[in-house]
Design a protein around this ligand. Structure first.
Ligand SMILES: [Zn+2]
Length: 187
C-alpha cells in the first residue's frame, strides 16, 4: 500500500473575515501554485506572524477556511518559545497558542498556532481500495536515507481529497525524505 509523501513547511490558513482585516475589505487571495489537494493552493500572499518571542513570515494556503490556523514544526516552536498542541483541523478542543497576524492593512490576534498531526488525505474510492476508515490511525514506513516508521498517522477521508501523506519538515528531515517520495502504509 504505497502513499505519496508530501512535506509541509510552516504556513497558515485564514478566514475570509481575517483576509478582510489583513488585506482590506473585498480583497481576494491570489492563487500562485496549486497543491496536491484539489481546489487548494499556495497563495501569493504572505503574512507576518508574531508568535512567542519572535516573528515569522508564513505563506497563506487557500482558499479561506472556517478557522484561522497557523501550522509550524516543533523545531520552530522551540525557537519561538511556545508549546503548541499537536492537532489537526476540525479538532477544536486543543488549546491553540496565541499569535498576531500582520498584513498590509491590519492586524489580528488569534489563538491559532498548532503543530499539524501527521495525516493521510484520502478520497472514498482509495479508502475502499486500501480498506481505510475515516479517523483511523495507521503507520507509514519511509524509505529515505534515514528510514523510519511513523505511527499514529490519522486518516482523513473526503470526496475532495487525493491520496497523500502529509508530514512537516521536522518529520521529513528526521526520515531523510524529500517531497514526492513514496511511503508504505502499515496497518
Ligand atoms: Zn494535509
Amino acid at each position: 500500500m504505497r502513499v505519496r509523501l508530501e512535506v509541509s513547511a510552516h504556513h497558515c490558513h485564514v478566514t475570509g473575515e481575517d483576509v478582510a482585516i489583513l488585506f482590506g475589505r473585498g480583497y481576494r487571495l491570489r492563487p500562485r501554485r496549486s497543491i496536491s489537494q484539489p481546489g487548494q493552493y499556495a497563495a501569493a500572499e504572505n503574512v507576518r506572524i508574531r508568535i512567542g518571542t519572535g516573528e515569522i513570515t508564513a505563506r497563506i494556503v487557500g482558499p479561506e477556511r472556517p478557522h484561522t490556523q497557523v501550522e509550524i514544526p516543533k523545531t520552530l516552536a522551540v525557537h519561538l518559545g511556545v508549546n503548541p498542541p499537536v492537532t489537526y483541523f476540525g479538532n477544536s478542543s486543543a488549546p491553540r497558542v496565541l499569535c498576531e497576524l500582520i498584513g498590509p492593512k491590519g492586524r489580528v490576534r488569534r489563538k491559532a498556532v498548532i503543530i499539524a498531526h501527521r495525516h493521510i488525505h484520502c478520497d472514498p474510492r482509495a479508502a475502499a481500495r486500501l480498506g481505510l476508515r475515516n479517523r483511523q490511525t495507521v503507520s507509514v514506513r519511509t524509505h529515505g536515507t534515514r528510514p523510519l516508521t511513523f505511527h499514529d498517522v490519522v486518516v482523513r477521508i473526503h470526496p475532495k481529497f487525493k491520496l497523500a501523506c502529509h508530514l512537516d519538515t521536522d518529520e521529513a528531515n528526521a526520515a531523510g525524505i524529500r517531497a514526492g517520495e513514496w511511503g508504505t502504509i502499515v496497518k
